[in-house]
Write a protein that binds this ligand. Structure first.
Ligand code: SF4
Length: 343
């Protein structure tokens, strides 16, 4: 596979998409793009990248922002721990490293939310350091190129493909090589419909020769999905509503929500803390899919003159709901609710 790198780089130069983070060598901007693009498609992440660079043009401005501001700007993108880590790392760089983004692989890797792939991407794209990237696209290209059935989610498989990626890396041009192999996986060697006919490495791709492309890559474990049953109880007065901030180690940490009662099973009835002759009204049912969880949510509204004074419940004006970062599930509810008129 001696000329693998030359083939993909030539193809890349003619076929690469123009993406804003590809025309910069600013490690801050590259880091931002890489964190946003973890678990997010390019078309979905683009607006967020531009918005973040606009609101936080450098690491200092990101470090100076409040967590609520950062989470609000992240709203809708999911996997909110990425935003919290981004913010924490910006503060760390500003406070501990005099605002200078680290340049060595090990130091980049030690930033919160940065794993081996992201560190290799930042170091190669920003500094042209010879580190091979291995993300989902790269696993697929390599497994097919090599016709290798080693599971990509096993420790052994990951080591094997990392080594293979390093062997194939053009150490004199790591940035373009890495971009090229990822772009090949994104545009040509796609999961279900690889365009082998137009692939620059089709003559050396063993799975193409054997006709086994669609069997690769192999995964060992099936993702288990957990069902959860949420009942949101929304106390609403004329102009106000009660919300709280999520804390604790669970999904959506740091985001805001209504009073939540979670039950074990679909048929379990929530125990509503009603007073006097208060009545609850069902205002919507939604399903929300996360990577390992399926949330079944019902939204119940209680109209009341006085909002309850319970622990961490905050009373805010309904028109201020936009100022509080919320999970996408609640945004969906609020934008289609019959009783809330929120844009
Ligand atoms: S020839 Fe087909 S399977 Fe092989 S790398 Fe190219 S697109 Fe993927």
């Amino acid at each position: 596979m001696g000329d693998f790198s030359t083939l993909i780089k030539n193809w890349y130069r003619q076929n690469a998409r123009e993406l804003p983070w590809r025309s910069t060598s600013d490690p801050y901007a590259i880091w931002l793009s890489e964190i946003i693009l973890q678990q997010t498609r390019v078309d979905q992440g683009m607006d967020y990248y531009l918005k973040f660079l606009d609101h936080y043009p450098d690491i200092q401005s990101l470090a100076n922002a409040t967590e609520d501001q950062v989470l609000n700007d992240w709203q809708g993108l999911g996997y909110y721990s990425r935003a919290r880590n981004l913010h924490a790392s910006a503060k760390y760089v500003v406070n501990e490293l005099n605002g200078k983004f680290p340049t060595e692989y090990g130091s980049v890797l030690s930033l919160k939310g940065v794993g081996a792939y992201t560190a290799a991407a930042i170091c190669s794209f920003a500094y042209d350091h010879p580190h091979a990237v291995v993300d989902g696209n790269v696993y697929r290209v390599l497994a097919r190129l090599d016709n290798c059935e080693m599971p990509i989610d096993s420790g052994k498989g990951q080591k094997y493909f990392q080594r293979l990626a390093e062997e194939l890396l053009d150490e004199n041009d790591p940035a373009v090589h890495n971009q090229a192999i990822m772009e090949l996986g994104a545009l040509i060697c796609t999961p279900k419909n690889p365009d082998c006919e137009n692939c620059p490495v089709n003559e050396i791709c063993i799975s193409r020769i054997n006709g086994t492309q669609l069997d690769l890559p192999v995964k060992e474990k099936k993702t288990k999905v957990r069902n959860r049953y949420f009942h949101y109880l929304i106390w609403r007065s004329n102009e106000q509503v009660a919300i709280r901030k999520r804390t604790g180690k669970d999904i959506w940490q740091g985001l805001y929500e209504f009073h939540l009662i979670e039950v074990e099973n679909e048929k379990d009835q929530p125990n509503f803390p009603l007073q006097g002759d208060q009545k609850v009204m069902l205002d919507g049912e939604y399903q929300h899919i996360l990577s390992h969880q399926r949330i079944h949510a019902k939204f119940w509204v209680i109209d009341t003159l006085d909002l309850p004074k319970v622990n961490d419940l905050m009373h805010i004006k309904i028109e201020q709901l936009d100022d509080y970062p919320m999970p996408q599930l609640l945004i969906r509810y609020l934008t289609s609710s019959k009783v809330f008129m929120v844009d």
